[in-house]
Design a protein around this ligand. Sequence first.
Ligand code: MN
Length: 373
Amino acid sequence: MPARERGDGSADQLAEYLRKRDARRTPEPMPGDQPPRAGSTRARFVIQQHHARRLHWDLRLERDGVLASWAVPRGVPLDPKRNHLAVRTEDHPMSYADFAGDIPAGEYGAGRMTIFDRGWYETEKWRDREVIVTLHGDRISGRYALIRTGRDGDARNWLLHRMDPPPPGWQPVPDTIRPMVAVTGDLPPPARDGDYCYEMRWRGNRALAYIVSGQLRLTDPRGSDITAVYAELRGMADQVAGTDCVLDGEIVTFDGNGRLKAATLRERAAVTDAARARRLADRAPVTYLAFDVLHFAGRSTMDLSYLDRRELLESLAVAGPHWQTPPYFPGSGAQALSTAQEQGLPGVVAKRAASPYTPGRRSEDWLAVSTRR
Ligand code: MN
């Protein structure tokens, strides 16, 4: 098959793109920046994760020398039962398919953009109101329909629907998981110390964080939704965005010296009115300490060992102004306990390194050990 040269779209095709941007102010590519690309005749697609004022994913399909584009606030669905809103945006130049970077504050689309996935696609249908394509990417493959829902003059609102079944083995994020509970006890005998990892105890409020399509849902151990109580934690979903997951952790409050402050936490937990909770979030913010991951990128991880789950958790790099991943210590329980004592923490939790996560169960695999014993 002969290689076809591809340009970067005509000024006519990209009029709206150019009108919205100033080449002196944004690092985004401008048509003509790159010479026409000789390559395969396969049409390209890209999905960019765009941390703009509101997080969204931009789906762009090569068509007639430009990238036809849709902004998808909840991302490209893997579940055929969940259609996602897709907002048609202006055509972008072909060179945009390789763009990742920071669009400066104040400019159109300000915020960080990363490449979530890319590949090639086949077109089955391309009409004014309906597009059917099969994507072949690294993360996302499958047959998708884009259906325009806006009436008459409104060409902006579309739905993105997966026509294929979910990818093999893919599991949706469950609605509710009950946390695993530690048994109160003593340190494991020294001979078995090496079978355990140690975490600090925080005496905070246990909470599971469901991060799906860039949105956070927080539940308490009984499964009640407490998302509105902790507005400052919403940004965690934005940070973790690219990977749907469920985290287990604790909500704590620290004073100015990094010491736990239980009274502030009690005050925060008691205020459930969303407006009052938002005001308190500014004055007395909480921190979410993520110590486990129960679902990761379309798979339950509860059958994995503690150590494997911790590795996945580290890969999420949960770290931000109000959320962290506290460390764990393999090996010496006595040493971990004295560290807890030095830091004024209530104790440690010994977690058996090979143990799975048993939801809703009190398990000897987790031993809560107090510094006072
Ligand atoms: Mn965008």
